[in-house]
Design a protein around this ligand. Structure first.
Ligand code: ADP
Length: 285
């Protein structure tokens, strides 16, 4: 069992030829709502790969909340610990124009995932094989979840996105930190203990990590990428599944690379995530 404690959002995506100035109204070209949030994305990535996934998080008592709960259930995710709270469901307003986008995230219900909320789900974390975390919920909840995992010998992967200052106590409780290059640059450079835990994702360059003083590179797969949205989430889901199945660090990185590469060949974050069979076929080809 992989447990994810994290965010659940509805992405509200507006496509437009031109981005409006403040005070300006424009006609856009397309609108769509896509299930999102890094927590939910990584939970879906792992669930597609055939692993039992439990999600701990909050949505609102509104239409998006109900819709997202059903969506996670349809993906085979155990949502017994996703609570519908008296708030609006988290959303991301995304304006896409050509290759660029601007995003506003309103956490809403995700802010109800507090340290206490996590504490009451202690057993779920303690009974997991692996805990997968990101930084789109209150830091207290992330700290608490990692602490419970450590106390119970459960390995923790922390995807430090969006990046913020990480307390030393949190870092001590995690096994792997999976920043992308942007997030990596903002990590404290002098902390050697931290850098031993880093699995750096480098887009089309793949991933790298230190084995002692030796830098190990695991190259990405060569694919024609059409949409890299959710590549990082796909990698984290795949990497977590690989580790939970007992693969070595290197093999788990290769598996994560394969899952992420496949996801970039299809549109959308969650919609592009492959199944276990698709990854197997891809690795054989
Ligand atoms: P993020 O999506 O968080 O910015 P990266 O850009 O580092 O993260 O991508 C995460 C992973 O996705 C990479 O380590 C790699 O495995 C895979 N990936 C991303 N872009 C490509 C690409 N163009 N071709 C193949 N794999 C890719």
């Amino acid at each position: 069992v992989i447990t994810v404690v994290g965010s659940i959002n509805m992405d509200l995506v507006t496509l437009t030829d031109k981005v409006p100035q403040m005070g300006e109204t424009l006609m856009g070209t397309k609108f769509q709502t896509n299930p999102g949030g890094k927590g939910a994305n990584q939970a879906v990535a792992a669930a597609r790969l055939g692993v039992h996934v439990k999600m701990i998080g909050c949505v609102g008592k509104d239409q998006f909340g109900t819709e997202l709960l059903h969506h996670l259930q349809n993906q085979g995710i155990d949502t017994a610990h996703v609570e519908q709270v008296e708030d609006r469901t988290g959303i991301a307003t995304i304006i896409v124009s050509g290759q660029d986008n601007s995003i506003i995230v309103v956490p809403g219900a995700n802010d109800h995932v507090t340290g206490d909320f996590v504490e009451t789900r202690r057993d779920i974390i303690a009974q997991s094989d692996l805990l997968l975390l990101q930084l789109e919920i209150p830091l207290e909840a992330v700290r608490k979840a990692a602490q419970i995992a450590k106390e119970n010998g459960v390995k923790v992967i922390l995807n430090p996105a969006p990046i913020r200052d990480l307390p030393g106590e949190l870092l001590e409780n995690i096994e792997y930190l999976t920043p992308n290059e942007h997030e990596y640059r903002l990590l404290p450079s002098h902390n050697e203990e931290l850098h031993k835990k880093v699995i750096l994702t480098k887009g089309r360059e793949g991933v790298s990590y230190y084995e002692g003083n030796q830098l190990v590179n695991i190259p990405a797969f060569n694919v024609s990428a059409i949409d890299t949205t959710g590549a990082g989430d796909s990698f984290n889901g795949g990497f977590a599944v690989g580790l939970s199945k007992g693969l070595s660090l290197k093999e788990a990185c290769q598996y994560g690379n394969a899952v992420a590469a496949l996801s970039t060949t299809r549109l959308g974050a969650q919609t592009g995530m492959p199944t276990a069979n698709e990854v197997e076929a891809f690795l054989k080809s």
